[in-house]
Design a protein around this ligand. Structure first.
Ligand code: ZN
Length: 417
């Protein structure tokens, strides 16, 4: 391990921006559940983080390019065609931690600095990107900047999206002085995102590095079950249309079909009903109405389709005179990582001698839209107790340094292709 003091110092400093008490925290033990990091896209605290980052870039001789979505790019030109991009996001959820997104941006910049300082002669152009509004904590659309950069969502449509205060995305970027006047010239051939795991698997399996195989796809269904409300004492069982009993069948089906899909496809497939409301919700009244949401996720399209089919066939089965309405509210296909990029990461990990495992990502990332236009891959490092999106989110600096060295090695491997 080399000079990891610089990245550690930078991460601690940036971690004070948007923290309720502005405190600089340097270890897990100093965290408090009351002092999270809050910097949703387009807020003054988002601007402060961006200013800190762009100052850091300028101090080190880089000239940051800001595009029409507020994404920030810094570049080392290569001699050959092709772009290798590293990136993540600087915004955070409300009361989140200082590593989600930011660790990836500042570490990618650190890699750029190490390449420059070591006199590395890159063939391809190497770019670090800080994407706007990945979290969807200010606007109702996550991955704003990366969806704009890739053209996955058209510019005018993105610009018109409003935040919780009713301000549109374009005006919000203008207000914080991060609305550039042109798009970034060029798209990546390879994209690498370095991120905290945000889950407990690496810690549990005692592995230092996670190589992401895919980002899980998701299908969310909103379901309404219409039964008949009645007296729980006087209505005989055969005369009931109990909405909650029918909902219970559906919930059991969600659990069963997810277990079946995991076994059949031998992958990470999950199904959850975590939101349910019962009307009128009294112990002595037969439930007349239930609304609930079904969340299905899988790392492969086939198993996601299997679960969706199973759940929909249950929803369309007529039983006990109960009527069911459903709509699909979210449907995202899994994003499969590039085998070439995974191999570049794997050979970097192996040469550094760190322990590693292949794993899917259950959380969404900027890599989702970017994987549609580029060969993409992700590197994970452990999150203590698997915590993220909470003030108690933490990753040890030794782990940050390990992932960063893997990232640097992977960039060099891709540069040789
Ligand atoms: Zn993130």
């Amino acid at each position: 391990m080399e000079d990891n003091d610089r990245i550690k110092k930078i991460l601690i400093e940036q971690g004070s921006i948007g923290r309720e008490n502005g405190k600089k925290i340097s270890s897990y033990g100093e965290l408090s559940i009351n002092d999270g990091v809050t910097r949703p896209a387009g807020t003054d605290l988002d601007k402060k983080t961006r200013d800190y980052y762009t100052e850091l870039c300028k101090k080190n001789g880089f000239d940051p390019f800001v595009d029409v979505f507020g994404n920030i790019f810094v570049t080392i030109e290569g001699t050959d065609p092709g772009i290798i991009m590293m990136g993540s996001h600087l915004d955070s959820v409300v009361h989140g931690g200082m590593f989600d997104g930011a660790m990836g941006v500042f570490s990618s910049f650190e890699v750029l600095l190490r390449l420059k300082e070591s006199g590395y002669k890159n063939r391809k152009t190497i770019v670090v990107a800080a994407f706007t509004g990945e979290e969807g904590s200010a606007f109702h659309q996550p991955m704003l900047g990366s969806n704009g950069f890739t053209g996955n969502i058209p510019k005018e449509k993105l610009w018109a999206i409003k935040n919780r205060d009713g301000m549109d995305f374009k005006s919000a970027m203008q207000r914080i002085e991060y609305l550039g006047d042109s798009e970034f010239p060029g798209k990546p051939e390879y994209y690498l995102e370095y991120h905290i795991e945000q889950g407990p698997v690496l810690e549990e399996k005692k592995k230092q590095i996670g190589i992401v195989t895919s980002i899980t796809g998701q299908c969310v269904l909103s379901v309404e079950v219409h039964g008949t409300q009645g007296h729980s004492g006087t209505t005989p069982m055969e005369m009931r249309n109990d909405a909650l009993v029918r909902a219970a069948d559906i919930i059991a089906m969600v659990d069963r079909t997810a277990r079946e899909a995991s076994a059949k496809y031998k992958n990470h497939s999950v199904g959850t009903v975590g939101e349910l409301s019962v009307d009128p919700g009294r112990f002595n009244v037969i439930p007349g109405y239930v609304s609930m949401k079904i969340d299905l996720r899988s790392e492969h399209g086939d198993s996601l389709a299997y679960m969706k089919k199973g759940v929909i066939s249950e929803l369309e089965t007529k039983k006990n005179g109960v009527k069911i309405d459903y709509t699909i509210v979210t449907e995202v296909e899994p994003s499969i990582m590039s085998p070439e990029v995974m191999e570049a990461i794997r050979s970097s990990v192996k040469s550094l001698g760190f322990s590693y495992m292949d794993m899917p990502s259950g959380a969404g990332h900027d890599t989702i839209p970017i994987s549609k236009i580029s060969k993409a891959g992700m590197i994970f490092v452990p999150s203590i107790k698997g915590l993220s999106h909470t003030p108690l989110e933490w990753t040890d600096f030794e782990d940050v340094e390990r992932g960063l060295e893997v990232l640097e090695g992977a960039v060099k491997n891709l540069d040789k292709i």
